[in-house]
Design a protein around this ligand. Structure first.
Ligand SMILES: Nc1ncnc2c1ncn2[C@@H]1O[C@H](COP(=O)(O)OP(=O)(O)OP(=O)(O)O)[C@@H](O)[C@H]1O
Ligand SMILES: [Mg+2]
Length: 272
């Protein structure tokens, strides 16, 4: 009888957790920017359902579709559910810190003040909760080894090369963490494209949405703003980052490290 009982016990918390997220946490979450009750779009709900049910997750979502904010929403909820660490990495550290900020802001905006009160220490790169959960933004290339890693998140996955991925995912962890990789697309020769193409065989739950599919009312994007983004990015980059069309072998022809080293934060010329 014992194994049966054990199996039942193991399954129970998973479904309870998911139920609590969708039936208690989300209906009482207020959007940190608008202050309005949050409404998840169908692709966001599906992806979040997957995140509870699958250990490995890929969200191949175009720009501005809600990658950072939905990840932060999940972390805010988890802050009172588990102990241990959620480790975030990205091509640019500023992007990981953005997710930390979303997690923090969702806690402060939640109708249940227990989420805000649970924050013990609040910094740009990490959050510590009284219940023993931490959210930590690591610089790219650093390992998640040495942490009590329960959740691993990688943003801008399309720009991460194989060695930085390998550093981030050390083997030999006693408990396999939940993985969530977020990104658009770049070329076709890196791990990210291979993961997307072979998601099922590799055991990843794949969620995909282009920015055009996420124009209101199906998603959060205002059509006119997407037009502006298209002008800013140019056709090629728009096709990659918003329509999820890779440039085949771009990383081989142009040398991805060289090209990626040219990526940086936008310079504000008015300051000079
Ligand atoms: N369900 C939602 N309800 C209200 N606003 C939303 C929702 N999902 C996303 N947004 C809004 O859309 C905007 C973009 O979200 P976010 O920054 O999370 O997207 P992203 O995919 O991480 O973007 P980027 O590709 O630039 O990193 C934010 O202002 C966010 O508040
Ligand atoms: Mg983002």
């Amino acid at each position: 009888m014992q194994p049966l009982l054990l199996r039942k016990y193991e399954k129970q918390p998973k479904t309870t957790l998911e139920k609590r997220f969708f039936e208690e946490f989300v209906p009482n979450a207020l959007h940190p920017i608008t202050g309005l009750p949050v409404q998840l779009y169908p692709y966001q709900r599906d992806a979040l359902h997957n995140l509870f049910g699958h250990q490995r997750n890929l969200w191949e979502w175009g720009r501005q579709t809600g990658k950072s904010s939905n990840t932060g929403l999940y972390l805010a909820f988890m802050s009172r559910e588990i102990r241990g660490d959620a480790i975030i990495s990205s091509f640019r550290h500023v992007r990981s810190k953005e997710i930390v900020k979303w997690a923090r802001d969702w806690c402060y905006a939640h109708k249940d003040s227990a989420y805000a009160e649970n924050i013990e220490y609040d910094a740009a790169t990490h959050l510590t909760f009284k219940t023993g959960f931490r959210v930590i933004a690591l610089p790219r290339g650093e390992t998640s080894r040495g942490y009590a890693t329960r959740i691993r998140i990688m943003d801008e996955s399309q720009l991460i090369n194989d060695s930085d991925l390998a550093a981030f995912l050390p083997t030999g962890l006693a408990t396999a963490p939940r993985d969530l990789f977020l990104g658009t697309v770049w070329g076709t020769s890196g791990w990210w494209w291979r993961f997307i193409q072979n998601a099922k065989q590799l055991g990843y739950a794949l969620s995909q949405t282009t920015s055009e599919n996420a124009v209101q009312p199906a998603g959060p994007i205002i059509k006119a703003e997407l037009e502006n983004l298209k002008m800013e990015l140019g056709d090629l980059q728009y096709a990659q980052e918003c329509l999820l069309q890779p440039i085949p072998d771009v990383d081989v022809f142009f040398g991805s490290d060289l090209v990626k080293s040219c990526y940086g934060e936008r310079i504000d010329l008015s300051k000079y």
